[in-house]
Design a protein around this ligand. Structure first.
Ligand code: G1P
Length: 289
């Protein structure tokens, strides 16, 4: 029996420099894909996977996210007066239960491993998930739900993985595989952003993790890895042997919303997947190209 997973960490302290000036006064996680900010997709995907507690690791200038997950009293009043029931429902659906959302600051940008470590006191001794909102995944059921199902089969740590072209291994955490059935790959090691010439495989980690609390003992050491940062990949790698480690090739499409092209592709893909927008967007694309 695996322990149920109820908590999710969202590392959202990054500056979003690739989207300046759009991200000068708003966090990059508030950039919308169609009609929802990236952070909302991440929270909805987690909720759909059974997550009940949401822990945001934020930084300076990220207040808009806190407002997004709170009541907007004036707006709701106006919508009520105008009898805009649907709009009110959209606002209410977005809201986590009171007391089930928490914010902690990563005071210095020391890496993803450090960001996750900053949330340690909210987790204690239970498994949890980490969601990177930049990786937007179009999937039904959602990627995290697929991962929770895989976790119930194999336990331990489970990450979402994708095969990438070899020349891209230096952008990802890469698995050193011991066995692979085409859906689940078991790893005997992990390397953060290896040079293509030395990468142990081309199976790369996408921003969804189910982790056992043992990872905090490794993160406590604050060891620096690739790029001089405290890497989550290195801490996970050190738990292999104590905790099983699997990569799940999820069903669905992942869009890298940390890049402009990925972000634009995500907008097109999500619009094409919507009944309301599909035909209109198809016409628009035809007209433009
Ligand atoms: C982070 C992780 C990396 C992972 C990637 C997924 O890298 O360090 O292991 O493959 O997210 O998006 P970053 O994109 O923050 O450089």
């Amino acid at each position: 029996m695996t322990k149920p997973i109820k908590k999710a960490i969202f590392p959202v302290a990054g500056l979003g420099t690739r989207f300046l000036p759009a991200t000068k006064a708003i966090p990059k996680e508030m950039l919308p894909v169609v009609d929802r900010p990236l952070i909302q997709y991440a929270v909805d995907e987690a909720r759909d996977a059974g997550i009940e507690e949401f822990i945001f690791v934020t930084g300076r200038g990220k207040g808009a996210m806190e407002d997004h997950f709170d009541h907007s009293v004036e707006l709701e009043q106006v919508l009520e007066e105008r009898n805009k029931i649907e709009a009110l429902e959209i606002l209410h659906e977005a809201m986590p239960t009171a007391g089930h959302i928490a914010y902690v600051r990563q005071q210095k940008p020391l890496g993803l491993g450090h960001a996750v470590w900053c949330a340690r006191n909210f987790i204690h001794d239970e498994p949890f998930v980490v969601v990177l909102p930049d990786d937007l995944i179009l999937a039904a059921p959602g990627c995290l739900r697929q991962m929770v199902e895989a976790y119930q089969e194999v336990g331990g740590n489970v990450v979402a993985v994708e095969d990438v072209p070899r020349e891209h291994t230096n952008r990802y955490g890469i698995l050193d595989i011991v066995s692979d059935n085409g859906r689940l790959a078991e790893a005997k090691g992990l390397v953060e952003k290896p040079d293509p010439a030395v990468a142990p495989s081309t199976l790369s980690i996408i921003g969804r993790y189910i982790l056992q609390p043992e990872v905090f003992a490794e993160l406590d050491r604050h060891e620096k890895g690739a790029g001089g940062e405290i890497q989550l990949t290195d801490a996970m790698a050190k738990t292999i042997g104590k905790v099983p480690f699997h990569g799940l090739r999820f069903e669905g499409e992942r869009y890298d919303c940390g890049s402009k092209l990925g972000f634009i592709e995500a907008n097109l893909a999500f619009a094409l997947a919507s009944d309301e927008l599909h035909d209109g967007v198809t016409d628009l694309i035809k007209k433009l190209v």
